[in-house]
Design a protein around this ligand. Structure first.
Ligand SMILES: NC(=O)c1ccc[n+]([C@@H]2O[C@H](COP(=O)([O-])OP(=O)(O)OC[C@H]3O[C@@H](n4cnc5c(N)ncnc54)[C@H](OP(=O)(O)O)[C@@H]3O)[C@@H](O)[C@H]2O)c1
Length: 257
């Protein structure tokens, strides 16, 4: 049982609550585990309902309440349903992690539009719908705990800040996600709701496995490193706004993915 669970959140003694998309695998799973360890109740979401249920069972071993809600971030009705399910289950939202994302290769000259649409649906449109649904509860939670506020943490990418050959549509979608985070800060950080876009190069997960023929997984950023940064953001006071965190791999060309 996690003894810190009752102290992680607010002055009212309630536990913090977080909603994590893409929580069944990779970086999102790592962040969900870190948040559970720190005593946050959770709503977790991804498409594979079976894996999500198993993940929820594992996370409950830290003594927190975990509400799994399966859904597709490319489906607007699903995104709204996920947000409503979180509100019904927890009644507060201290941390929103926009983790779900998809990527596929394609240069500007030949990027297939079907893949462009998919990446923008999951990486940009879904997060915007989720933000629209979540902002009232984020603001309400921040008003109840103004010293800490409420945080949005989006898993963007270094490709949203610097061009990566053959990742044109993916990079454009992540640039849009970074922009959404900046807009959140411009619009509501004065009300203690702030957003941070974490922008890593290649992280060793399923998503980056397609590059193993040219980048050894041991040369990639570790999931644990991204989790540390995300958890640090959750511990900041509302007086510190961190719009972006860039995480590069070692070497002579730090701005490449
Ligand atoms: N790995 C990298 O090198 C890297 C680098 C920079 C940024 N990022 C970003 O970090 C985030 C996490 O990446 P990752 O490497 O951890 O990916 P991952 O291992 O492929 O995991 C992706 C997660 O998102 C969920 N997901 C995928 N498509 C979804 C959809 N349409 N609707 C709902 N959930 C969906 C997956 O579950 P289901 O399949 O069950 O839905 C899974 O839980 C992504 O936004 C990615 O763009 C990754």
């Amino acid at each position: 049982m996690n003894t810190r669970a009752v102290t992680a959140g607010s002055p009212e003694g309630e536990r913090s609550a977080a909603l994590v998309t893409g929580a069944s695998r990779g970086i999102g799973l790592g962040i969900a585990q870190g948040l559970a360890r720190a005593g946050h109740d959770l709503t977790i979401t991804a498409r594979d309902a079976g894996l999500l249920e198993k993940t929820a069972d594992d996370l409950r071993s830290w003594g927190v309440r975990v509400h799994p809600v399966a859904g597709d971030m490319a489906d607007e009705d699903d995104v709204r349903r996920i947000a409503h399910a979180h509100t019904g289950a927890h009644r507060r939202l201290d941390v929103l992690v926009i983790g779900a994302g998809v990527g596929s290769a394609g240069a500007v000259g030949n990027a297939p539009m079907r893949r462009f649409d998919k990446q923008f649906a999951v990486n940009v449109r879904g997060p915007l719908v989720l933000l629209q649904e979540a902002l009232p509860l984020l603001r309400e939670t921040a008003a109840r705990n103004p010293a800490r506020g409420a945080k949005v943490i989006a898993l963007a990418s270094i490709t949203g800040l610097a061009p990566e050959p053959a990742l044109s549509a993916y990079g454009a979608s992540k640039a849009a996600l970074i922009s959404l985070c900046r807009s959140v800060n411009a619009e509501v950080s004065a009300d203690a709701v702030s957003a941070t876009a974490i922008c890593p190069g290649y992280v060793d997960t399923d998503m980056s496995a397609w590059t193993h023929d040219r980048i050894d997984p041991t040369d990639m950023i570790r999931v644990e490193d991204i989790v540390e940064l995300a958890l640090a953001v959750t511990r900041l006071s509302a007086r510190a706004v961190v719009p972006e965190m860039v995480v590069t791999r070692p070497g002579e060309r730090p701005w490449r993915a």
